[in-house]
Design a binder for this molecule. Sequence first.
Ligand SMILES: Cc1cc2nc3c(=O)[nH]c(=O)nc-3n(C[C@H](O)[C@H](O)[C@H](O)COP(=O)(O)O)c2cc1C
Length: 441
Amino acid sequence: MADLTSNLAGIQSPNPFWLASAPPTNSGYQVMRAFEAGWGGAVWKTMGVPIINVSSRYGAVHYRDSRMMGFNNIELISDRPLSDNLKEIEEVKKYFPNHAVIASLMVQSRAEWHQIVKDAENAGSDGIELNFGCPHGMCERGMGSAVGQEPAVLKTITEWVKEVATVPVIVKLTPNITDITEPARAASAGGADAISLINTVQSIVNVDLDTFVPNPQVDGKSTHGGYCGPAVKPIALNMIKCCAQDEQVNVPISGIGGIETWRDAVEHILLGASNVQVCTAVMHYGFGIVREMISGLTDYMDQKGFNSLDELVGKSVKTVDSWEHLNLNYKILAQIDETKCIGCQLCYIACEDGAHQAIRINQNGGSRIPQIIEENCVGCNLCSLVCPVENCISMVQVENDQNSESWTDYVDQGKAPETFDDDRAGGKHHWVPDPKDALKM
Ligand SMILES: Cc1cc2nc3c(=O)[nH]c(=O)nc-3n(C[C@H](O)[C@H](O)[C@H](O)COP(=O)(O)O)c2cc1C
C-alpha cells in the first residue's frame, strides 16, 4: 500500500493532511479530536497579542441556494491568552508526539518575534508558520497581508525569525498581490524553510437588499473579509504552480485553498504542493472528512503505482506552459451522444448566443436533439461544460497530419508576422510584449 508519510521541510507527519490555521485549530480540545479522526498535522490558530473579535463574523456564497461554495470571514487572530494556547500545544504534543503541530504567529517588532518564536518552540511546536496573509483587521495594524504585500519587509521579518528559530519556518503568503512569486522569492531569500499558500482573498460576498448592508454585518455596518472555500481553489492552484515553476523559489510548498476532497488535495500536490492544509471544508463538514481523504489518496496512489508522495509532488508542473507554446494545429470537435441527450437545448443556446453558432436544431424534423455544424465548431468546450448529462457531449480530436506548431513557431517561420499592415491605424502594427513599450509606439 502507498506510504502517505509526509515530510515538509523536515516536519514529519503520518499523512499530508493538515488543518490550516483557523477556528478548527483554536484549542487543544479540537486539535486532539482532529488527530484522533486522522489528521496528520495542525497549524494552530494564529497567536500574537490577543485581539477582540466582532459578532457576526462570517458570510457565504451558496451554489443554487444549498451548498456553500465560497466562505468569507472578518475574524482576527486568536482571542485567547497566549499562555493558554502554549499550554495546550504542550499537552497535544504529549499525547500525539508523531503528529505535526505548527505554531502560527503574528507580532510586529524584532524583539516580539524573537520572544514568541522561543515561546512556541518551548511549548514543543514542530514548526513555525508566519502569518503574512490575513487580509482584514490585522493588515490595518501593519501585520498580516500588509507584510505579505511588501516583499522587502517580509524578507527582513523572516530573517529575524530565522535568527532564533531552531525548527522549520513556513512563510504563509497572501493571494492579494499581482505576482505571487515576488513574496515567495523574498521568503526563500530570507531563509524560510517552506512557504504556504493561499490565505484568504479580499472580498465582499453579498449585500442585504433590504438593509443595504453587505454581509456579515455588525450593528448596521460591514467590512471587507477574506474569501476561501471551493471557490478559491483555482486561484490557489495557479499561484502554487507559479511558485513551483519559479527557479528563485527553491523551498517546498504547503498547498491551501478550497480543498474538500482527496481529489482537490491531489491537484494541489500535482501542481507542486508537498502537503496540504484545510480550513473551510472542516468548518462545513467536520473533522471526519479526513477519513475519505486518506482512503481516496491511498487508492489513487495504489492504482497509479505511486509508492510515496514524493513521486506525485509537482508531476503536473511541466505540463503548464505559456500560451505562445501551445500547439496551434491541435483541433477538437464536439460530438453529441444522441442516446444520452435529453433535448434540453442548453448546448444550443450557449453556442448560438455565447459562442460560434456551431449547433443546429432540426426544426422540420421535430427533433429536439441538436446537431454539431462541424465547419463552425472551434472546439471551445462550452457545450460540454453546460450540458447537464454526464458524457453526453464529448470533445473528440480531429486527426490531421500537421506537426505541432506554436505561436512562437509561427512567428519564427513568418507565418504569423510580428508586424502586419493596419491601414486604419496608419501603417504597420507591431506586437510589443511589454505594455509600457506601447507608449513609445
Ligand atoms: C474563519 C477563518 C479564520 C481564519 N483564521 C486564520 C488565522 O488565524 N491565521 C491564518 O493564517 N489563516 C486563517 N484563515 C485562513 C485559512 O487558514 C486558509 O488559509 C484559508 O481559509 C483558505 O483555505 P480553505 O479554502 O481550505 O478555507 C482563516 C480562515 C477562516 C475561514
